[in-house]
Design a protein around this ligand. Structure first.
Ligand SMILES: [Zn+2]
Ligand SMILES: [Zn+2]
Length: 362
């Protein structure tokens, strides 16, 4: 499917001092709709080998980062940890390393340990927050442990930096992890309520770091919200997806009722009151009631994306993948293109339509 799409290439070069004297080139391929979650990362075999164990983390970051810049910050952190560990694996560890690590694990308690690799270099710890949610933290220990802190990887919507002194033990990181979980409690409470009570169309299986949700409102109408992890009870950034005649009244209600937002009330309840709607309930309706397939490729998901353009004619309302529609219109002699905007007709009802090549924000 990738070959049929236009990709924007971005070549990155990581500086030698950061990469222990080595140069790396990474190419990030963005699809035409600039959706980061559908991006592809390409790099040489040596970097590929280094990043091998971090693929799921990079994938998760692609899904959760709001833009390319924040993904680059995350990528740099992951790369630094991966490089440090890749180099570090070949350094023989002194006996003190093992005795110290085993002592630290005993202090921490084995019931909190979810995984330890055979080389005793990667440790995963599990924790439960005060609402009973399970969380994992992955620690990558280098040969200089405990003089140097382990690299920490977590599924958070915000960066997690540990403060560390050589006399510290794993339990200090664990306690910092628990404290960080409590700071994110309200954020996860707000999103858990949305995930539990509404039909979330995207992301398909949200991770704990995911800050956006596209919530179904009706047939081919949805709202995408981006929640601030630090202020989950504030009005999130909202944009609507659907035909103009459905979406415009919702936009108006949101603007007119903004003053009604009450930080003491849950995010979902606030959205209900501002938009003057009840989101379709999971109890009565099926997800398939909202997930109508694209009128061009007849699939619902294309490279992970749901149809994100709807014909404006109220009698038609056919949804399309923006990429499918763009390609379709480009192939027609009746279409007209001006820079990144294409003017054509709906393949179903012939109503004139305008399509921009980037539709990230509607
Ligand atoms: Zn399609
Ligand atoms: Zn139409």
């Amino acid at each position: 499917m990738y070959s049929s799409m236009t990709w924007i290439k971005l070549c990155l070069f990581f500086s030698p001092e950061m990469c222990y004297g080595r140069d790396f080139h990474i190419r990030i391929l963005l699809p035409m709709d600039l959706q980061l979650k559908n991006a592809r990362i390409e790099c040489g075999w040596s970097l590929k080998r280094i990043l091998h164990g971090y693929r799921h983390i990079l994938k998760q970051r692609l899904h959760s980062c709001p833009d390319l810049v924040s993904f680059m910050v995350e990528l740099k952190t992951v790369l630094e940890i991966a490089l440090k560990n890749a180099q570090d694996l070949h350094i023989p560890r002194p006996p003190e390393y093992y005795s110290c690590l085993v002592r630290d694990l005993e202090i921490l308690g084995w019931k909190r340990v979810a995984f330890v690799d055979t080389g005793l270099t990667t440790v995963k710890l599990k924790a439960e927050d005060s609402c009973g949610r399970q969380h994992l933290i992955t620690l990558k220990l280098n040969a200089k442990y405990p003089t140097e802190p382990p690299g920490c990887l977590v599924d958070f919507p915000v960066p997690f930096a540990v403060s560390w002194m050589p006399q510290n033990s794993l339990i200090d990181i664990y306690n910092q992890f628990l404290a960080a979980l409590e700071l994110l409690k309200e954020f996860w409470d707000a999103l858990d309520e949305i995930d539990g009570k509404t039909w979330v169309l995207e992301p398909e299986n949200p991770t704990r770091s995911a800050t956006t949700r596209r919530i179904a409102i009706g047939n081919n109408v949805s709202v995408n919200i981006e929640v601030d992890p630090h202020h989950p009870n504030m009005l999130p950034e909202c944009y609507f997806l659907g035909a103009d005649h459905e979406v415009n009244p919702l936009r108006t209600k949101l603007n007119n009722n903004m003053h009604l937002w009450d930080p003491e009330v849950s995010l979902l309840q606030n959205l209900r009151e501002l938009l003057e709607i009840d989101f379709p309930s999971r109890v009565v309706l099926e997800k398939s009631d909202f997930s109508k397939e694209c009128g061009i490729c007849y699939a619902y998901r294309l490279d992970g994306s749901m149809p994100n353009h709807v014909c404006d004619d109220p009698r038609c309302g056919q949804p399309f993948h923006q990429a499918c529609l763009y390609e379709w219109l480009q192939g027609l002699p009746t279409s007209r293109q001006s820079l990144n905007v294409i003017f054509g007709e709906c393949p179903y009802c012939n109503k004139p339509l305008t399509l921009k090549s980037s539709m990230k924000k509607l």
